[in-house]
Design a protein. Sequence first.
Length: 514
Amino acid sequence: MRCLPLVASLGFLLVGDIAGAQPRKPASAALEVAAATAEVAEEVVDELAEMKAAEHQAIDLGEPDLAAVLRGLGTGNPWRSRLGGPLGEALQDWPDIVDTERVDEALAGQLPFPIESVASRYDIPVVYNDEVAQYLAFFQGPGRRWFARWLERSHRYVPLFREILREHEMPEDLVYLAMIESGFIMHAKSWASAVGPWQFIEATGKRFDLNSNFWVDERQDPVKATHAAARFLKRLHAAWGDWYLAWAGYNAGPGRVSRAIAKYGTTDFWELAATSDAFRKETQHYVPKLIAAALIAKHPESFGFHDLRPQEPLRWETVEIPDATDLSVIARAAGVSVEEITALNPELKRWATPPVLKGDSPYALRLPAGTKERFAVAYAAVKPSERFTYRSYQVQKGDTLGHIALMFSTSVEALMTANRLSSPRKLRIGQELVIPIPPGAAPRSAPPPRPASTRPPARAQAGSSAKPGHHVLRAGETLGHVSIQYGASVEDLMRWNGIRDVRKVRAGQSLRVR
């Protein structure tokens, strides 16, 4: 959980033609949408990295350069005078850019309203000091264009987040912690691999029941992640009985806060933040940054944020998907776009819902409000064989992406897009790949030959001696090839034949198949 520079999330990557590969259209319309919307998602996440860079330049996350922040406001911005009081002598040092008489005449030289008059409107503690003023100036100046987007996006998620926090009997204004963590971007990802609107690292996410696997990353789900954040924040607050320390613990980790308290003998956040080594610089700035964001978010017009275009609040209906289904199939059944489906289900990492294993509950999918009945009728009319337009394949020794593409009559480009591969060389033995297969298309009855340099020596050939219900491996054939031919998964073949290591199968070996 860190307020760190953010980079583009590992979304679908649209790549150009690969030398030697014949590009084909992706098998699934959902793949096309995933590729087309990847650039948009990347741009949205990039705004966090850009704002962080501006924050470092304006505030440096080190010793406050208040004058530099003020310069970023522009000579005509009235906030130069309003910030005069809390910024103290910093304004006096820059008479060429500040009307010092207006500083003296400004009402209390502080906020556009007395802090006492608004503090009661928050269920989190708010104060006004130099550190908070510094971030108010930043959000008004260098960070203004990004903060405006956060305010617009907040209308989509804040009502939902408040409802969940209320369910956990937590302060509802904790929603602004998600604002400074991610800007309410569900796919936000930091360089430290903290993910989602509340920026959970994988280990902490698992501790609070957020699953991350090949198919989903629940840290990106607005509902599940907010429930987890509420539980985590409740635990942090219970540890010290102080919200500022709880926020610091969310950013730096509870261990860092406990050690700082033990070392300096105080539970006053501001005293700890004033020391040189109690917290990292970004943790020292984390609390005032959150307070400043909350002050502006509840009173945007008072801080000069006019003409915002608020996003519509989330609204959905939930349906149960009995087995893995292509998102384009779901979208057609519901009469909506794939983009609408992915926007409501940001935890999905692939262009399909996950498989439902025996004994598991159906996958709960969100649909746009008002589409549930239409979807139920249309989806029931889709043959199960036409819902599942992809397969999984486990990379075997000697495989190349081009070879796998030939096996499944698809393209290297489609495989790279479906599996988020930035290079066709980034394959590893045992890696699971999603293979886009057109509905109704039959796989090759026999695999294409491998390159001579990777063909294992022949020990036996398949022949008429194979027993019914069995398959004898040919030279160069893998469990992946057999799984395609018989419509079984590699995992099933391994289980039926007591195979523990796919690399140890050999030509001439007889396999039980169904």
